[in-house]
Design a protein around this ligand. Structure first.
Ligand code: GUN
Ligand code: FE
Length: 438
């Protein structure tokens, strides 16, 4: 692999969750396939040949953010309507908003702003719920592609306990999904360099099977989703054990536990799977997730705003579950995954006091959750180890660094105090990403 680019900066990342790798005035080499070829503390040690060096000076270079759970069509509701718990919240605020996405013009106005704002906050990969509407879902996929950012985009499957305008037949759902897969040329896509992943997975923007959650889908709908995932080797995303009222409803509808219900339909780790929330996951459900490698998308702001509870992330990590962070707009109000690290640490401190846990989340653990751990759902993403896709942010924190802080203190201050103003360059799979037009 030819080294194409070398970047110099203060490099920080987490190879393991318990500590940061810190390279003061370090170098990172990126190949023409967009992957890291080497990282070193001197140019000589890097052995990058005569590749061009870009010097970012006193700035920080860190992996870009990954949002493991977000609803693009709830963007208008960001920061409003948080006075109800999940089930009435969906009926009163969320479903009426999502119905508007039958209108492609409305969808374009909102989706453009949504993609631009992910970019602003340094999120280069996201696992996204769209709506049932095939055309506006296709548009969202196109906007991510134009931007050059990575995304798993799900046309949402739902056909019960919702307004008529948000319900589709099983046949329509399957047809719509297959149409998207066809039109994205995913079946004929050739895989140029990534030998580990199937051709479907070489694309930056890919479809993901997205049953909304058990209460929204009949058994036939869930079965069809499981079959789609299997037929095309697609990943799956949904919601799990978020709210007590929701869990009681699932037991009434399915007569079993929540995770077991997904499992019955082939939606629980048969293909790569991410489940949002898992606030109340324990016992057999937790064991099954562990066995199947089902990932948890931890969404602390959403869990606070719609009063769902506190997900026991310390326990999940100690048990070896895979976990990442999600903004869950608009249950969550904040699109910044940096801010999500802060909330995750704060919620974990509450759990620590309430549940007498051994310790709360550290900064390196929260950073690892947002980068290497969440990134694993998208491929080799979220670290700077050789072979990882170069998804990176350059942070100019000179306004925050007013008194000789250490590099780790500078990163911590950026995580707690920074925002989009300090992010001066963004890279996804080796390419610098310009601001998407709104
Ligand atoms: N469960 C089913 N749909 C949703 C949604 O849109 N947001 C959240 N937070 N939970 C859900
Ligand atoms: Fe959600």
């Amino acid at each position: 692999m030819k080294t194409m680019k070398i970047y110099k900066a203060h490099i920080l990342y987490t190879r393991e969750k318990d500590r940061f790798e810190v390279l003061e005035d370090g170098y990172i080499a990126v190949g023409d396939d967009g992957r890291v070829t080497a990282v070193a503390d001197s140019l000589k040690a890097l052995d990058g040949g005569d590749a061009e060096v870009t010097d970012f000076g006193d700035r920080l270079l860190i992996p870009a953010m990954n949002d493991l759970h977000v609803h693009a069509p709830q963007y208008r509701n960001q920061g409003i309507a948080m006075d109800l718990e999940l089930l009435p919240w969906l009926q009163n605020y969320t479903f009426p908003e999502e119905m508007k996405y039958a209108d492609l013009g409305y969808a374009e106005r909102m989706y453009r702003r949504f993609v631009r704002d992910l970019w602003r906050f340094g999120t280069m990969r996201a696992s996204v719920f769209a709506t049932i509407h095939t055309e506006s879902t296709r548009l969202l996929i196109q906007l991510f592609r134009e931007a050059g950012m990575g995304a798993l985009v799900g046309k949402v499957a739902m056909n019960r306990n919702c307004p008529e305008g948000l319900s589709e037949s099983v046949e329509e759902m399957v047809l719509g999904c297959e149409e998207l897969i066809e039109s994205l040329e995913l079946r004929t896509e050739r895989c140029d360099y990534n030998v580990e992943l199937s051709p479907l997975n070489s694309r930056l923007v890919r479809p993901i099977v997205t049953p909304r959650f058990i209460p929204s889908c009949t058994p036939e709908m869930l079965r069809a989703c499981g079959q789609l995932a299997k037929k095309y080797g697609l990943p799956v995303q949904s919601h799990l054990s978020e709210n007590k009222g929701e869990i009681a409803l699932v037991e009434e509808l399915e007569g079993t536990g929540y995770g077991a219900a997904y499992d019955r339909y082939g939606l629980f780790g048969q293909t790569p799977t991410v489940m949002a929330h898992c606030v109340w996951t324990e016992g057999e459900e937790l064991e099954l997730m562990k066995r199947r490698g089902v990932m948890v998308a931890h969404c602390p702001t959403s869990n606070l705003n719609i009063a769902s509870g506190m997900a026991p992330i310390r326990r999940f990590l100690d048990e070896g579950l895979r976990v990442g962070l999600g903004s869950d707009i608009s249950g969550g109000h904040d699109l910044s995954i940096f801010r999500m690290m802060v909330y995750a640490i704060q919620v974990s401190k509450m759990c620590y006091q309430q549940n007498h846990e051994r310790r709360f989340l550290s900064l390196s653990e929260a950073f690892w959750l947002a980068t290497k751990s969440a990134g694993s759902f998208f491929g080799r993403v979220g670290s700077f180890e050789p072979g990882y896709e170069f998804d990176a942010l350059v942070i100019d924190d000179s306004d925050l660094n007013h008194d000789n802080y250490s590099l780790l203190e500078r990163l911590e201050r950026y995580v707690y105090l920074g925002d989009d103003r300090q992010i001066v360059h963004r890279f996804c799979r080796g390419r610098e990403i310009a601001e998407p037009k709104i």
